[in-house]
Design a protein. Structure first.
Length: 197
């Protein structure tokens, strides 16, 4: 009798464990819980990500305000301005290990040469004609304009950090940027260290 009760107890416990594991058995890798965002939600998520990632820190021209640099809203995310003049570069500072930023925080000089913040607005001179896969490749692999075989993105672009974002987050970044006000602004080409005057 005792053996029969023990067997019934053991079978009951096993069945309970099996049922319990099946009921709560969905894992994140199943994709069953993945929420599909609407286009509007994707754009809102992208706006949030662009904001918290500080994209405007380099990609939006600045003016000096009472509390320091302020974004120039009418040039938001349009990068280094094509008509801007680089200030004189203090080569001795570079030789001493310094890296320098222009006053509007859109131009940069260091051991890599001179780089300019890209126009990431929806204009054709920005990312307006980029396919999504180019944008993802640019951030995932650090490729200039997301073109396979192109040069690497130059500092201070933190693509190595953004490469860790999920595909969904990179798609959200792109969806939002495609809705930005298009600002015509063709960025100058980077300047090699040997060509710094």
């Amino acid at each position: 009798m005792k053996t029969k009760k023990t067997l019934i107890f053991f079978v009951s416990v096993c069945l309970s464990l099996i049922l319990f594991s099946r009921c709560g058995g969905k894992t994140k890798s199943d994709g069953a819980d993945k929420k599909v965002l609407t286009e509007e939600q994707l754009i809102q998520r992208g706006n949030y990500l662009v904001t918290i990632s500080g994209c405007h820190d380099c990609h939006s021209p600045k003016r000096m305000g009472p509390q320091g640099p302020e974004d120039i809203q009418e040039l938001f995310l349009s990068g280094y301005q094509a008509n801007a003049q680089l200030p004189p570069i203090e080569k001795t500072a570079l030789q001493k290990g310094w890296m320098l930023f222009t006053g509007d925080l859109n131009g940069f000089v260091g051991p890599w040469g001179i780089s300019f913040a890209a126009n990431i607005t929806s204009d054709q001179t920005g990312i307006g004609n980029w396919p999504e896969e180019n944008f993802i490749r640019a951030l995932r692999e650090g490729k200039y304009k997301g073109i396979e075989g192109s040069r690497m993105l130059l500092p201070p672009m933190p693509w190595q950090n953004l490469a860790k974002a999920t595909d969904d987050d990179l798609k959200a970044f792109f969806a939002f940027l495609k809705t930005t006000k298009p600002i015509k602004n063709a960025i100058p080409m980077a300047i090699a260290p040997t060509d710094i005057k």
